[in-house]
Design a binder for this molecule. Structure first.
Ligand SMILES: [Zn+2]
Length: 419
């Protein structure tokens, strides 16, 4: 055995366990493994979980906030304009440098699988994607990165967009993305979705789109996307980010839409930080929270999880550190989660739910799975969220890829002073 993690608290198991690892995989989970290994780590009764999976971020946009003006007024349209302006100054090295930093932050917080949308449009061309593909290869030992073709300027009204997307798939992109709101009117938004499906079909790719990041109750992109998924036979291969307008529909219509999402086997990814920051910012009285109907989607059985989305970019110029415990805590406040059951569910999301959405193979704490594990400085998931605990050790396929702890010492009157 290469490594044994001893005295691990595993979710759903009463007694502490030893986890044995061989050739990158979990080979044994027992109360006490008698064998000795080359290396042993004492988890000391702390929680040992699979590593986190971030299903929605933007590596190419991250960490530009020192070089862009702050986002005011607080509308996503203003942020988009700033992002477009900053994008004109991208260089290959600049994108590689910023994305690398974000990957390292994510890894230090126990995330080893990342799905990133990457802008592909006539302005930036394939520069961003080429840089992210380099980062993907460079960090293959630390993280598995999936790339989503993100035609941020639109698909229906931008003549070169479709060919650029084709080029992106030839470069190795994994998933077809989209943002119908980039188009001028509803007819072109539907065309945007249609074109995305035809590209997904052409390259046998799943779809993951930004939909209805607005509280306008007339916005219907999610509905059209779900209907087309069913018509095109893409059930279970479709993911929708944001879906804020669902919370603006009346209850009757929202229930019908949720039924449609179930039929399409749609995954929903909420990005609570940016939706809280922007949605409803012009409303003075009873300002809405802006996130989608998380509790009702879950109750109906729709797959829901959350992602970081923005870190120090025009949409989040101050906040973000690629820490899914932090995003989860913010979602708990936005979605009003505070029962033990809800917090367990909140922990399932960036682990097994996101792993299922991203179709991560051999995932979990079980014999035979890849030994990609977090040893948390917390005994329970509630403590993990409450303290945004230290990730004491992060393992990817049996190898320690991050370790460390932070310590504070308190000095009472009369104690020996610090040196
Ligand atoms: Zn996004």
């Amino acid at each position: 055995m290469d490594l044994i993690v001893r005295n691990a608290q595993l979710r759903g198991r009463e007694r502490e366990a030893d986890v044995g690892i061989s050739a990158g995989r979990i080979c044994s989970i027992e109360d006490r493994i008698r064998e000795q290994a080359d290396r042993e780590i004492d988890a000391a009764g702390n929680l040992v979980t699979p590593t986190f999976v971030d299903p929605h971020t933007h590596l190419d946009r991250a960490l530009v906030s020192g070089s862009v003006p702050p986002t005011s007024p607080k509308t996503p349209f203003r942020a988009r304009d700033i992002a477009i302006e900053r994008k004109r100054r991208y260089t290959h090295e600049d994108v590689v440098y910023r994305a690398s930093q974000l990957v390292e932050w994510a890894v230090s917080h126990g995330t080893t699988v990342i799905r990133t949308h990457v802008d592909v449009d006539p302005g930036v061309g394939l520069l961003g994607l080429e840089a992210i593909m380099e980062v993907k290869e460079k960090y293959a030992d630390l993280a598995d990165i999936q790339t989503v073709v993100f035609p941020s300027a639109g698909l229906a009204q931008v003549p070169q967009a479709v060919n650029l997307c084709r080029e992106a798939f030839r470069l190795g992109a994994d998933v077809m993305g989209g943002v119908p709101h980039a188009e001028a009117d509803d007819e072109n938004r539907r065309r945007h979705i249609d074109i995305a499906f035809s590209l997904a079909h052409e390259f046998d790719a799943d779809l993951d789109m930004h939909l209805d990041a607005t509280l306008n109750p007339a916005s219907r992109n999610l509905v059209y996307f779900a209907r087309r998924a069913i018509e095109c036979g893409f059930q279970g291969r479709v993911t929708a980010g944001h879906t804020c307008a669902l919370s603006a529909y009346d209850d009757q219509f929202a229930a019908e839409v949720i039924d449609l999402l179930l039929e399409a086997r749609m995954n929903v990814i909420t990005v609570p930080t940016v939706d809280l920051m922007f949605q409803g910012s012009g409303v003075s009285r009873l300002r809405p929270r802006g996130i989608t109907r998380v509790d009702q989607l879950l109750e109906a059985g729709v797959t829901v999880t959350y992602g970081q989305n923005n870190v120090l970019d025009p949409y989040s110029p101050i906040f973000g550190q690629a820490d899914l415990l932090e995003v989860g805590m913010i979602l708990a406040f936005a979605a009003q989660f505070n029962t033990p059951e809800e917090i367990e569910m909140l922990f399932d999301m960036p682990t097994k739910v996101s792993a299922a959405v991203l179709k991560v193979p051999d995932y979990g704490v079980r014999v035979g799975a890849k030994a990609s594990l977090n040893i948390l400085e917390a005994k329970t998931v509630q403590e993990a969220f409450r303290t945004r605990c230290t990730r004491l050790f992060v393992l990817k396929e049996g190898r320690v890829i991050a370790e460390g702890r932070t310590h504070k010492k308190i000095f009472r009157r009369g104690d020996a002073p610090p040196l």
